[in-house]
Design a protein around this ligand. Structure first.
Ligand SMILES: NC(=O)c1ccc[n+]([C@@H]2O[C@H](COP(=O)([O-])OP(=O)(O)OC[C@H]3O[C@@H](n4cnc5c(N)ncnc54)[C@H](OP(=O)(O)O)[C@@H]3O)[C@@H](O)[C@H]2O)c1
Length: 313
């Protein structure tokens, strides 16, 4: 899937790679390095999915702040302008093993290890649970979950060897609640939340912290793709639900009180990357705070009743 002509620089010889010196095979607790004392952010920063939206805003913001930023995208030509913003560019398709591995190896060859990983690449596969083809569901999970997990696996040996590092996973408020018509997208983000909770615990002894970003409704390319996936059989059993979800989604993304710009999420990600002690979770946008709070405190049936008001089918 990666354009070979645009592939990242060739990997360094194995001996020069921190992967080679990684204590991966040994008992992690026996060999763990002393906890990190260096002030974050732990550069260099590698960001996935920087062609648009949140990823692009993060790359621009961190590069402006003087950090060493590797902006990546599956279509490198889509980020060529980020070089002028001070970013270094790499190809990275998070559904392609070779592409992910080459991107991480390229950063490690120059810096020893990835200091901060921002797992941002993702999209929304919408549609009724009964009707979305499992091929589409697999693609969604390959991108939003397995790609994110594999990127973590690739950077962690280097981070452990260095005794420091930070992983920032872009989840969603949708990782804390579920809207009708978005079951598979929400399932992927719930998976990101669970993986991040496990990872936060597992990597703490190595000086590596993990934070989850939970944006609300953000004006990016997200809605267009989600709407496309939702456009299903006009006369099927879920046609009315699909129309209502589509209409609700369009209305919400047009509502300035409900939405925020990607730069707002970028500011939060910068905070998570640079604070000495990041929070496990960052909910972004006031509306997201309200609805995540409602999901947390309302009983299931009361939250369902609230959703029925929002999605009258
Ligand atoms: N916008 C929202 O309302 C919202 C809310 C909560 C969470 N989020 C999350 O925020 C993250 C960023 O989304 P966004 O809102 O900024 O949407 P966006 O503008 O559509 O950006 C998504 C990015 O992910 C990239 N991507 C998709 N598949 C990829 C793959 N296989 N390999 C590498 N990159 C891939 C896209 O690259 P291409 O250009 O190559 O497709 C694009 O750069 C996603 O994880 C999304 O779930 C968004």
């Amino acid at each position: 899937m990666t354009d070979p002509a645009a592939s990242p620089p060739a990997a360094s010889p194995p001996a020069a790679s921190p992967m080679a010196a990684s204590p991966m095979a040994a008992s992690p607790l026996a060999e763990r390095p002393a906890p990190a004392t260096r002030t974050p952010p732990f550069g260099p920063v590698l960001i996935t999915g920087t062609s648009s939206g949140i990823g692009r805003a993060v790359a621009e913001r961190l590069a402006r702040g003087g950090h060493v930023v590797y902006a990546t995208a599956r279509r490198p030509e889509s980020i060529s302008d980020l070089a002028a913003a001070g970013c270094r560019l790499l190809a990275c398709d998070v559904t392609d093993e070779e592409s992910m591995s080459a991107a991480v190896t390229a950063v490690q060859a120059e810096h020893g290890q990835v200091g901060t990983l921002v797992n941002n690449a993702g999209y929304g596969e919408y549609g009724p649970v009964e009707e979305v083809s499992l091929d589409r569901v697999r693609r969604e999970f390959e991108t939003n979950v397995f790609g994110l997990a594999r990127m973590c696996q690739l950077v962690l040996p280097g981070m452990r060897a260095a005794g420091r590092g930070r992983i920032i996973n872009v989840s969603s408020m949708g990782g804390r609640l579920t809207f009708p018509g978005g079951g598979y997208y929400h399932a992927s983000k719930h998976a990101v939340e669970a993986l991040s909770d496990a990872l936060r615990f597992e990597t703490r002894p190595f000086g590596i912290s993990v934070a989850v970003i939970e944006p609300g409704i953000i004006s990016t390319g997200f809605q267009e793709i989600a709407s496309e996936t939702l456009a299903g059989a006009a006369d099927g059993p879920y046609a009315r639900l699909q129309r209502v979800v589509q209409e609700r989604m369009e209305r919400t993304y047009r509502n300035k009180l409900m939405t925020a710009r990607p730069e707002v999420v970028a500011a939060t990600i910068e905070r998570a990357a640079t604070t000495p002690r990041p929070r496990p979770r960052y909910v972004v946008t006031p509306a997201a705070h309200v609805i995540v709070g409602m999901r947390r405190y309302l009983p299931d049936r009361a939250f369902d009743a609230f959703l029925r008001l929002q999605f009258p089918v």
